[in-house]
Design a protein around this ligand. Structure first.
Ligand code: FAD
Ligand code: SF4
Ligand code: SF4
Ligand code: SF4
Length: 543
């Protein structure tokens, strides 16, 4: 059994059953690297298998350095990322996906506790880049551009960094000291962040500041309004405004009965916030069913646990004083909600609209060549807008709106901006074939159930803004890292070395891998079929 992979079976040297390999070869084995599906699914492009392997060996700092080559915010990401990597993880077919997100958080938190810093950037290139917005996309771009040696200035409209990570996501999901520590580490690379300095006109800002390129990452902050007739002393508020005011001195006054209108993560966050502010009743009104809610299932579960009430298939018709008229809906054959003409009344002290956000594009006025469609700025595959030297990413471009996508855009844009500043083009390296489950031998791996993350006691969840989901301790994080199957990449289990009937596998020592001695290899393919993780392929011999 491999030491680093205690859940994988290793065959002993000479245990091969296939001794008769024939005297001539029609195909030859080759060691390959395949792209693990987790890596393929991570919007920030993390080399998850690579950093999990380093964590497995106990070298946490090397794991953190490997992870942060792609993503500078692991402690944040380990809390708020919806972890599409885990949905793609091959281990899910065996027992349960590797807890990638929880190991990521463990590494991020350890780095903060240990005071690990990024390596100093290389000598300055003399090029200046302006970034509009210090949300995840702007911060990620700043980090990567600084590491290329460019001088980066972020102009941020607000008083503090983080964008929606601070002014949207509540503290009970992302404590602010964690966010501050990871932002500070980026600023320590020499990135200048100027607060309360909104960019009103990007063309002018670039000209007056002498910038060579710009990255726009202003997010989507204008709350969408639905036309709901309101009369009397009705208190109708926007979810983003309510969440934003949670960061200020004066907390919003929502009253005892709060109705939230919408079905996304913002609706859930604002309802859970209302409960923590003392609302006795927080009801989410949503026009479709639970299955069709854009919010993630685990978020809905957590909200239900905290006593949030849900009214599915309902729309708000009007608000009059403290009384709300709700119409029942029914899904038609195509799954669209249709009015039924059935009404009911809810009592509420405030109604909070959580119907999504639009982008404020006013900073682009006067810029030629831009294409704006459906309220967002169009960008090419290199993240550049129609205006030369002006790139954009995050919520203001067409994409899924998540922190991780925003971070991924920042990285991608930085690579293209760097190339553009050097007068070249960036060509991403060719992608390896994906190590799908059919490429593995799962029976080599023993059962090892996933570690559950501890959560805060329910009573404290509804009475405080303390963090709800806790991190793993070292032994759990190590256990979780060791559950990785190392899909498509050799983890030195020695099986190929052990089973080859012709001693054609050469072992180069720990960390150095293997190669084939083709003078001995008969092409029987037993190594490829006994490799647990699909790191050997048989390729036909050239005739
Ligand atoms: C309530 C809520 C909860 C969410 N929860 C999650 C979650 O759990 N997980 C997840 O992955 N995603 C979540 N999201 C989505 C996620 O927060 C966003 O997709 C992400 O923050 C977008 O990043 P961004 O950098 O594009 O923009 P933002 O985070 O919006 O940052 C943009 C920044 O630009 C600044 N700015 C705006 N205009 C200007 C200007 N003209 N000049 C200078 N600066 C400007 C803003 O002040 C802001 O700081 C949530 C969103 C909300 C609203
Ligand atoms: S950033 Fe998200 S998708 Fe990427 S490794 Fe972390 S949890 Fe997975
Ligand atoms: S088992 Fe490991 S390498 Fe394979 S998909 Fe899951 S995390 Fe990635
Ligand atoms: S290539 Fe050989 S040593 Fe590496 S994982 Fe596969 S069988 Fe094991």
């Amino acid at each position: 059994m491999s030491m680093d992979h205690p859940f994988a079976i290793t065959l002993d040297v000479g245990t091969s059953l296939a001794n008769h390999t024939g005297s001539w070869r029609t195909s030859r084995p080759e060691y390959v690297h395949r792209l693990p599906p987790c890596n393929h699914a991570c919007p920030a492009g993390e080399d998850i298998q690579g950093w999990l392997a380093l964590a497995e060996s106990g070298d946490y700092q090397a794991a953190w350095r490997s992870l942060t080559r792609n993503n500078p915010l692991p402690a944040v990401m380990g809390r708020v990322c919806y972890h599409p990597c885990e949905k793609a993880c091959n281990r899910a077919g065996l027992d349960a996906a590797v807890g990638i997100n929880s190991v990521e958080r463990f590494l991020g938190d350890l780095a903060i506790a240990q005071g690990w810093r990024f390596e100093a950037p290389p000598a300055s290139t003399g090029k200046k880049v302006l970034i509009a917005g210090a949300g995840p996309s702007g911060l990620s771009a700043a980090y990567h551009l600084a590491r290329f040696g460019h001088a980066v200035t972020i102009r941020e409209a607000g008083p503090l960094p983080g964008g929606m990570m601070r002014f949207g996501i509540p503290k009970y999901r992302l404590p602010r000291d964690v966010l501050d520590a990871e932002v500070k580490r980026i600023a320590d690379l020499g990135v200048t962040i100027r607060y309360n300095e909104r960019v009103d006109n990007i063309g002018e800002a670039m000209k007056t500041g002498g910038f060579d390129a710009a990255f726009l990452a202003v997010g989507a902050h204008i709350a969408k309004r639905a036309y709901i007739p309101a009369a009397g002393a009705a208190k109708v508020l926007d979810a983003v405004q309510v969440l934003r005011s949670m960061e200020g001195e004066e907390k919003p006054l929502l009253g005892r009965r709060v109705v939230v209108y919408g079905g996304g993560n913002t609706a859930l966050d604002v309802a859970r916030t209302a409960k923590r502010l003392g609302a006795e009743e927080a009801v989410i009104v949503y026009r479709r069913t639970r299955e069709r809610m854009p919010a993630h299932d685990f978020e809905v579960e957590e909200a239900l646990e905290e006593g949030i009430l849900m009214k599915w298939l309902s729309t708000i018709k009007n608000v009059e004083g403290g009384s709300i008229t709700v119409e029942k809906m029914a899904l038609d054959a195509k799954g669209f909600p249709q009015p039924t003409g059935e009404f009911e009344t809810l009592e509420a002290d405030s109604v909070i609209l959580a119907l999504g956000q639009d982008v404020d594009l006013s900073l682009l006025k006067g810029v030629g060549g831009l294409e704006v469609k459906d309220g967002v700025v169009q960008v090419g595959p290199n993240m550049m807008t129609g205006a030369a030297g002006i790139f954009a990413g995050g919520d203001m471009v067409p994409s899924e709106r998540t922190v991780t996508v925003a971070v991924g855009h920042g990285k991608k844009a930085a690579r293209h901006i760097d190339a553009w500043l050097r007068g070249t083009t960036y060509a991403p390296p060719p992608k390896h074939e994906i190590a799908t489950a059919d490429k593995l031998n799962p029976w080599y791996y023993g059962e090892a159930p996933k570690t559950m993350r501890p959560t805060l006691a329910l009573a404290r969840r509804t009475s405080s803004f303390d963090e709800v989901v806790k991190g793993l301790d070292e032994s759990n994080a190590l256990y979780e890292a060791r559950r990785c199957l190392s899909c498509g990449n050799c983890f030195e289990c020695d099986n190929c070395y052990g089973v080859c009937p012709d001693n054609a596998v050469i072992k180069h020592g720990p960390g150095k891998g293997f190669s084939f001695n083709y003078d001995f290899c008969k092409g029987c393919g037993v190594c490829a079929s006994e490799c647990p993780c699909g790191a050997i392929v048989m390729t036909p011999e050239a005739i």
